[in-house]
Design a protein around this ligand. Sequence first.
Ligand code: NOJ
Length: 713
Amino acid sequence: MKYKNPSLSVQERVNDLLPRMTLEEKIAQCIQIYIPPDHPGEIVDRIQAVGLGSRILGAVSLAGNVSQRTAGIEDLNEIQRIAMNEFRLGIPVIHGLDVIHGLRVIFPIPLGLAATFDPDAIQKTYNIAAEECFRLGIHWSFAPMLDIAHDPRWGRIVEGFGEDPYLGAKMAVAAIKGFQGELDENGYQSQDHILACAKHYIGYGSAEGGRDYNTAEITDHTLRNIYLPPFRAAVQAGVGSVMSAFEDLNGEPASGSRYLLTDLLKEELGFNGFVISDWASVAELIHHRVAANEREAAQIAFDAGVDMEMVTECYAHHLADLVMEGIISMERLDDAVRRILTQKFQLGLFDHPYADVQKSLEIRDLSAYHIAAREVTARSMVLLKNNGILPLPGDVRRIALIGPFVNQRRALLGTWVNDVLADEPQTLEEALRASCPDVEILTAPNGLMDEMIMIAAEADIVLLALGESNARNGEYNSIASLNLPAGQEELAQAVAGMGKPLAVLVFAGRPVTLTRILPHADALLYAWHPGSMGAAAAVDILLGKVNPAGKLPVTFPRGEGQIPVHYNHKSTGRDHPRYLDMPVEPLFPFGFGLSYTRFEITDLVVEPVEIPAGASVNVSVTVTNTGECKGEEVVQCYLQDCVSRRTRPERELKGFQRIALQPGESRRVEFTLGPDEMSYYGAGGSWVLEPGAFKVWIGNDCKASLEGSFLLK
Ligand code: NOJ
């Protein structure tokens, strides 16, 4: 049988296999089932009844903060054995799991990873996660999440790369390359890679009121220019699967929209992987009340372009009849199956269906991954304020280490962690003691506020560790108030009253409001939920072993009243919009982050200043480290199309580079802006490049004031 021959190309093998398949065998490929781990006896029956294209390994629909058993390698191999040996054609099952920011070694939450502004580091991170998965028999991760978010109340802002389409696109490509690697000339991925899934297509991050799963209304113009770019980049990078979102978008549930899934994603963008629904989002078409029953739900979703159904069984029960009655065409079914089989061949599943137990043991020693994690984690942290008290001076003798995050472990990992596999992180106290054995570290063993205040009075400097729990983020965990949980602002205020230098660390899965904390802090380090090596990385920064250079991938509002909040707003017809009771400017702008050194950005040159359509300009600046220590700066380039037929943002990020400079060192940094950077989706969704003037700014956040311009003829 040709399809079993690994020396043939992926395409040849799919072409050979597809015509051999019966209707039932084809439909089985379109089904992802959940097999409860505790009922092994039922597995074969269940597979016979509903098919086995794929198996999801999460045990609950609201995974992320729930401790759950994850299938072991023998269990995975046993299911694979059934698929390979007890079915006529021996088509392997693809096992999927939500590996969102690491499997055993947990990296910062994706929002924190975005703050690195470092695609190479992100690629390495996802590559490590892929290696871990591959060796444990997990073939597919439901990541990266590419939802743009303008509302920090939304609990899933934690899981994406922030508010900016350009940064989101760069991070999407890095994550996908890290997971999937490159294809060889016959179309195969190399070993140690897995299948990525760009989700949640599309607009899920725009849930009304920040309430998860809620309705979204996004004009086609904004959908294409703001929400689509990360998905477009993912498709261009060859992402193998896309997950359709839960929400109702513009009057159609995203999992039942032919326009979104087939016209836009598959036909216009040319996506040739397969679409999987979100958990039960096919059956939920009934809850949205666009389908009267499961059969209608199956018909709408499959016709719209959902190739595989996650967990619910509308396809299992109704697709065969729908095809036999001619309501769904055999071409559509073949198209779905071809897409799914292509990915299975590409992953090498037909040739290496089983996880190698020996290889899985090789990663018992995670030390290399820990080193990588510590590095990227320190790169993700953002210094938001520093009156000069950080890094901690070498002669500090007594540190008061207080606050609710001094002894946290699980909360440091953030949401979306498979607890049973994740390694236990050090606490902040353990990490600080390990790095400063000669310093006296005072803690409040009972965690009481009066105790903390007394300790603060005795110390040279106070480190106050604040934050929110991992369980306050993630799926279905939206909040109405962005303040830190009760008591923390009061604690900051009371401790500051002791008059000691105060450095605040915040561990959180979203932007929280810092308006009432900031005035009391001499320094503030935003550490996100930083993962397995989070405490060690934070200590590296506090001690100055690492100079912070992370930048905010989202705007930090002063309060909830500023939501929706994002830097790339449009020009208005009247004066800049305002509030009477709060400044309209956020607390911290997109792209903001300090360093222990200073950088000067000067001498902006645009070359040439006039170009014909299709040509590029180079914009360059000199960046100088004018401070006393080496450091890294994220140099950011923003663009404005001065006059356009459709309204456009006042400025948009169109380039960034994270560069390292020694004290006194200068470097020319150059950005190339080409037709892609200058174009946008205009009337009727067409991709347009309009002649006219452009302005460009380069600086170290979105407020950059060093300006140039050019003319597109
Ligand atoms: C629902 C979530 O929305 C999605 O992101 C996740 O991948 C699936 N559940 C599977 O757990």
